[in-house]
Unconditional design. Structure first.
Length: 643
């Protein structure tokens, strides 16, 4: 349990504080107007603390703090530290979706409209996010007849520019054909500006202009042009119907709705610009700290506006005010540059919209709980079954699995995959290139990989807490792909390093899905349909996939290396000139040393090295070699087909 800092050492100023465990990991981050007053609340009678807060204080070993100038800086520092360390006792905003945006690449000479996901790029205007990509494409398809800007990739654009003729979209009037420049750039940029204004909600000028142009064309008896303008006007009106007005007066605001229980909360956000809903976003919050409704609302605002999706609007409508409302309004005002208000709507259109967003949050929360109940229960059941079957001292929350892959001893690689709480943690996967095994020896390769990984663990374990890396956390179960032989190697490595009592080990043989543990001649029989065996199979298959992928990558690079590579002094320029003058690789291989030395641009030492390499016999190569993974019997051909 963390000890109370000496009296008078805690400053009476704003800042952020961090509780750390015995291994130096940050487990909780908080902020305070007065660090002294806030931290004193944690060191009173433990019986009076909320359950989760008491558990955090009992887990912590030390507490540190960082002073800042004001509360807004403390708020921003707190969220930055939470994002960096992902403390286990801070609530986490989990958003499993990558929401699509309609983006316009303003940095391009001829801006392009496209659907984009992921990190935002400079020089690009974003509209959304949308719930589904098809919603963007439907809207964009309607708008292209009115604003025919390009949607093609840069490669396609350049190809048609070289051909001198536009693609099909130009002929069906969904692109103005800037690749062949039948449209001047100022006119094209006006189309882009009009499209941006329309997506921002400024639709009336566009509709009025199309109506006016259509009537003018009709008066001038240009009926074909009038018909095209009529079709464009119809498309625009259909797009406007998809963006129904929800707030009178064309205001910019974000509307937040929350539905929660004791463990989680579902958050839905509607982005309203110029009175119309232009996007929505949803995420789930893990309530791992004791928070009131106001405290939860504060955390949601921090996550929502630390990196705002569509900027900060003038108003944010919430179901309840956050803790310290003035602080959050000051922070948002600083981000926007003008006054921002956070309030709870009481009546009218805004109250109706708020109720709609809350209803969406409730429906999404119901779907999430149904899905989570099945998923969480199966994962917990798998870990508990695995603990009972293998006789482990605790449920293996962190499992590491190792596999090997090679072709007859060449391109030997190993893989390490990690699961935490029965979920893959890909950020901690590792690949090993086997260095010390000269031939085909799975046991020696497994020994090298395990020794390197566990030696790194011992080295990082002894470092100060702040300098430890990801290898500093030991597995609660070490699984190797194979039978008794691979298990014996793992046990020997653990004994050599003195870790046999700290890290449990097991092996999974592929042939009969048999699980072996040290000290037992017979395999552990885990029921075929059990969640525990299914978890081990997924882990083993993932390790196999990861190893094979790395092996194929190395093999592909090796097989594309030229015979001329590796000759001292023979760089890319000389290789190119050599091929050009001699005509082919066959001619180069047939050339004599005197021929190489007669080339005035090729130094004699380089000519000698080249000749020696070309005429040094190498190992024979078979046309088809088995790709072998260090399990019991799995084979693949050169084409990747199991045999």
């Amino acid at each position: 349990m963390v000890a109370r800092p000496p009296a008078g050492t805690i400053p009476d100023s704003p800042g952020s504080y961090q509780f750390k465990d015995a291994e130096g990991r940050v487990i909780y981050v908080g902020k305070a107007k007065s660090l002294r007053s806030r931290l004193s609340n944690y060191f009173g009678d433990p019986a009076l603390l909320p359950l989760r807060t008491r558990q955090m204080v009992e887990t912590a070993a030390t507490v540190e703090w960082i002073e800042v100038r004001n509360e807004v800086e403390a708020l921003m520092l707190e969220y930055s530290l939470i994002k960096q360390h992902r403390p286990r006792f801070n609530i986490r905003l989990r958003d499993d979706k990558s929401y699509p945006f309609l983006a316009i690449t303003m940095d391009d000479e001829w801006p392009r409209a496209r659907v984009m996901r992921g990190a935002r790029q400079k020089g690009t205007r974003y509209f959304g996010p949308y719930g589904h990509a098809y919603a963007i494409r439907e809207t964009l398809d309607l708008l292209l007849r009115t604003f025919p800007i390009r949607t093609c990739s840069d490669n396609k654009f350049q190809r048609h520019a070289k051909l001198g003729r536009p693609c099909l979209l130009f002929h069906i009037e969904k692109c103005s054909g800037p690749c062949t420049e039948p449209i001047e750039r100022p006119e094209y940029m006006q189309l882009v500006v009009d499209l941006i204004d329309f997506l921002d909600g400024d639709t009336d000028p566009v509709v009025k202009r199309l109506e006016r142009d259509m009537l003018d064309a009709s008066d001038q008896l240009e009926f074909e042009r009038a018909a095209r303008l009529r079709d464009r006007l119809t498309s625009v009106r259909k797009a406007i119907e998809k963006q129904q007005m929800v707030v009178e007066g064309g205001e910019d605001l974000d509307v937040v709705g929350i539905a929660d229980d004791d463990l989680e909360a579902s958050v839905q956000v509607f982005f309203v610009r110029r009175g119309r809903v232009v996007g929505r976003k949803g995420f789930v919050v893990d309530k791992v700290e004791d928070l009131s409704d106001a405290g939860l609302m504060a955390r949601v605002l921090e996550g929502l506006y630390y990196e705002p999706t569509l900027g900060v609007p003038k108003q944010v409508l919430v179901p309840c005010p956050p803790d310290d409302l003035a602080l959050y309004e000051s922070w948002l005002t600083e981000l926007r540059g003008t006054r921002v208000t956070v309030r709870v709507p009481q009546r009218g259109d805004k109250r109706t919209l708020q109720d709609t967003v809350v209803r969406n949050a409730r429906e999404e929360f119901t779907r999430h709980r149904l899905k989570r109940a099945a998923d969480h229960n199966s994962r917990a059941k798998a870990l508990n079954e695995l603990q009972d079957a293998l006789g482990l001292p605790e449920a293996p929350l962190r499992i590491e699995c190792y596999d090997m892959s090679h072709i007859q001893g060449t391109d030997y690689v190993g893989s390490m995959v990690v699961m935490e709480d029965a979920l893959a943690k890909k950020s901690e996967y590792r690949r090993f290139k086997v260095r010390e095994v000269p031939g085909n020896d799975d046991f020696a390769a497994m020994r090298e990989v395990l020794t390197r990984r566990l030696t790194a663990y011992l080295a990082e374990r002894d470092r100060p807490p702040g300098d430890r890396g990801k290898f500093s956390y030991p597995p609660q179960l070490l699984l190797v792909d194979g039978g008794k032989g691979q298990l014996g190697v793992a046990v020997e490595v653990l004994e050599e390093l003195g870790l046999e009592d700290e890290i449990p080990v097991a092996s999974l043989a592929k042939r009969f899905e048999e699980v072996y543990v040290p000290g037992q001649a017979e395999p552990v029989r885990i029921p075929r349909q059990s969640e525990a065996l299914y978890l081990l199979q997924r882990l083993r298959d993932e390790a196999h996939r990861f190893a094979i992928t790395y092996h194929r990558s190395l093999r592909g690079k090796r097989m594309t290396v030229s015979t001329l590579d590796g000759v001292p002094g023979l760089g890319p320029a000389r290789q190119k000139r050599l091929r050009k003058e001699l005509g082919s690789m066959a001619a180069i291989k047939a050339a004599s040393l005197e021929h190489f030395q007669s080339l005035p641009w090729l130094p004699n030492p380089v000519a000698q090295s080249l000749y020696d390499k070309l005429h040094t016999p190498g190992p024979p190569r078979s046309l088809v070699s088995p790709v072998r993974s260090a399990d019991s019997g799995y084979r693949e051909t050169e084409t990747g087909e199991p045999t």
